[in-house]
Design a protein around this ligand. Sequence first.
Ligand code: NAD
Length: 350
Amino acid sequence: MIRIDAAQLRSLVHSVFRKVGCREHEAERIAHYLVEANLVGHDSHGVIRVPQYVDWAERDRVRLNQELSVVMRTDALAVVDGNFGFGQVIGEQAVDLGVDMARRHGVAAVALRNSGHLGRIGDWPIRAAREGLASVHFVNTSGLGVLVAPTGGIDRRLSANPIAAGMPVPGRSPLILDISTSAIAEGKLKVARNRGEHVPENCIVDSEGRPTTDPHAFYATPPGALLPFGGHKGYGLSVMTEMFAGALTGNGCTDPEHATRLLNGMFSIYVDPARLPPEPDWKQDVERFIRFVKSSRRIPECAEILMPGDVEERTRERRLDDGIELDDLTWKSIVDTAEHLGLALPSIGA
Ligand SMILES: NC(=O)c1ccc[n+]([C@@H]2O[C@H](COP(=O)([O-])OP(=O)(O)OC[C@H]3O[C@@H](n4cnc5c(N)ncnc54)[C@H](O)[C@@H]3O)[C@@H](O)[C@H]2O)c1
């Protein structure tokens, strides 16, 4: 295990993506979002992705230095294309468009297709909430990324299909829900495999549909599958996520025939609460509701009732102070990738 300061890690990742050929802004954004995922505790979507992203770039599975293009636009609805570019840049541009449209019209929907991996989806409602907007985001993966078995099934038929939502709350950090509709995000299986750990029960099955906690069973040949969270409810949410993020965006519902690229589609809805009638005051109601929820009696194992987003915010504060821990395998794979690109270790700075 190594422990590394967030700024140093950002600088290393930035150097890697400059070397790959990303422009300054793109390399900076990729480094920012990957390290941010580690800071908030979602290591599965952090710098563990560096070797994979470099591999995708080298194999044209993601295209460097792309911009969002608008396919069609009305006042409140836009269909936009990520042109197979890095999701860290494309996602930001899609959110900024949605924020601008919602500010003008009170509500906006942005349907994004053909984006590279959008990383930790919670970053997008956070970006909107910083601008005072509530938002919800449905994300699917067309092509590479068929991982999840339907309820009662054995074979992979769905992607992990995350859903994220955010609500700005005056005087405190926003409420941010950010969940995969699979019982466990695939990246967390990778982290567990790299650490030699097992995953909790009811998250994966082996190639014959037998329950297992061994992440290797998922990556075996023939492969296992992830399960949806919460049985038929998570499965149902995942199917509807395919409808919004896959069918309505034009990204395409999960389809192994498109397995040349990992393409995220994202259907986002933005609401500007400032455009709502002043009475009743939604801000007061949210504050009251949070107090009410947190006042529940607790089971002995629970030190405090948390709201969605609190865990990440607290982890971020801690890791900013203490540094980010990376397992040896993850660290070695990043160093190997840097060396493969010809970055001398002293210039890595860690
Ligand atoms: N880009 C992609 O294609 C893709 C696909 C799948 C997942 N992901 C990302 O993977 C990440 C991990 O997803 P996950 O399903 O493993 O997340 P998770 O199971 O860790 O759940 C995280 C959510 O639950 C909330 N939470 C956790 N503990 C809580 C508590 N005690 N009280 C209240 N709220 C609590 C968190 O604040 C957060 O909103 C997410 O960031 C997701 O966006 C991305």
